[in-house]
Design a protein around this ligand. Structure first.
Ligand SMILES: NC(=O)C1=CN([C@@H]2O[C@H](COP(=O)(O)OP(=O)(O)OC[C@H]3O[C@@H](n4cnc5c(N)ncnc54)[C@H](O)[C@@H]3O)[C@@H](O)[C@H]2O)C=CC1
Ligand SMILES: CC(C)CCC[C@@H](C)[C@H]1CC[C@H]2C3=C(CC[C@]12C)[C@@]1(C)CCC(=O)C[C@@H]1CC3
Length: 345
């Protein structure tokens, strides 16, 4: 029979630790004296104190060997939202999360912190100062959101004080910062193709963008405050910068900071949304013969043209959360971290 190592409270695993958020989380955990096992399908860096375990989170045996002696697990792996691959999202975010839960229980893990998303309540309509008690989206806009909802439900329902297995979900929104492979690169790619001349809607919509270091801070606070007697057990928490910003001001600041023109001309929201929907359908029909990846997906257009900002007072009250880096400093540091994406660079 395989022997089970005694879990140590400073030994943790980060599933998805090779990704954008995962790597920032790993770096901060190491700085705080944790020893870290990264479990991911790829290895993207090396760091003293970090052990890499390559594998798919749908494979329980592979997970079990990475979780030996681990008391705390962060689950921040997901296929990229832009992949639009329903089967993959279901396999990784839903079936894979069931496997993660099973492996955690079998390995004697005591705490699981899931990276969920504030989008689990977003249906493409305005959300202003949304609290955690908003219902899950009944008609999620994309497969990513659909499976993030199921994933969060699974993880929160697994919280079991009697069995000594505690879970909590962090719901960040619009994570950005150095090394982000999504927001800034997509924006710059669109600008280089001449697609960032237009503002979708009247430009007055307020949105949360959250600096990656604040998201990491929220995760570590949640892990450290998650105890049987704490209110965190089985709960979800919004983690934001607590400074909603006009979506198009944020985009313009990043673009101008990198030497591109800010968008200037307005287009009606419903026109662009309708076109994005048509394009998405066309891409779906042509998929067997042609791989189309439209820049303006219905989800992106909805995010760009509606209010969606969230209240994070539950995290402030229950875990003492406060953003560590303000929005302006965060934008400056992010822009400076992408010299290769500058205009002409
Ligand atoms: N980027 C954002 O704005 C937001 C992200 N989130 C959530 O944060 C988490 C991290 O996102 P990012 O760091 O932005 O994404 P990312 O794509 O940079 O990182 C995800 C990591 O998961 C790994 N992964 C994917 N499938 C896997 C599998 N089957 N087995 C093992 N590892 C696998 C990838 O290799 C990658 O390293 C995700 O759960 C995402 O849903 C939530 C809100 C906003
Ligand atoms: C082409 C432009 C209209 C938009 C370019 C920027 C976008 C790529 C990003 C703006 C808001 C971002 C966002 C996400 C991904 C990148 C953006 C669409 C998420 C969907 C990532 C995963 C989540 O859980 C929610 C995020 C909301 C904001």
């Amino acid at each position: 029979m395989a022997t089970r190592l005694r879990p140590s409270s400073k030994r943790c695993a980060v599933i998805g630790g090779s990704g954008f958020l995962g790597r920032h989380l790993v770096e901060q955990l190491i700085a705080r004296g944790y020893s870290v096992s990264v479990f991911d399908i790829r290895q993207s860096y090396e760091l003293p104190g970090v052990t890499f375990h390559l594998g798919d989170l749908c494979d329980k045996q592979a997970l079990l060997s990475a979780l030996q002696g681990v008391s705390l697990v962060f689950h921040c792996a997901s296929p990229a939202p832009s992949s639009d691959d329903r089967a993959l999202f279901q396999k990784v975010n839903m079936d894979g999360t069931c496997t993660v839960l099973q492996a955690c229980r079998e390995a004697g893990v005591q705490k699981l912190v899931l990276t969920s998303s504030a989008s689990v309540v977003f249906e493409g309509r305005d959300i202003k100062d949304g609290k955690e008690d908003l219902p899950y989206a009944k008609k999620p806009i994309d497969y990513y959101t659909e499976t993030k909802i199921q994933q969060e439900k699974l993880v929160l329902a697994a919280c079991d004080k009697e069995k000594g297995f505690l879970t909590v979900a962090i719901r960040p929104h619009g994570i950005f910062g150095p090394r982000d492979p999504q927001l800034v690169p997509t924006l710059v790619d669109a600008a280089r193709k001449g697609k960032m001349k237009f503002i979708i809607g009247d430009g007055s919509n307020l949105v949360d963008f959250t600096f990656v270091e604040n998201v990491v801070h929220g995760h570590i606070l949640a892990a450290e405050r998650l105890r049987p007697e704490s209110p965190l057990c089985g709960q979800a928490y919004h983690i934001t910068n607590d400074e909603p910003v006009h979506f198009w001001d944020f985009m313009s600041q990043v673009l101008v900071g990198l030497g591109y023109d800010a968008p200037r001309y307005h287009l009606p929201y419903w026109l662009v949304y309708g076109l994005a929907l048509l394009l998405w359908l066309l891409a779906l029909l042509l998929r067997p013969i042609l791989q189309l990846q439209p820049t303006f997906t219905p989800m992106r257009v909805a995010l760009a043209g509606t209010h969606h900002y969230y209240n994070c007072s539950r995290a402030k009250e229950d875990m003492g959360y406060k953003p560590l880096v303000g929005l302006q400093e965060a934008i400056t540091r992010t822009v400076e971290s992408y010299p290769h994406l500058r205009q002409g660079g």
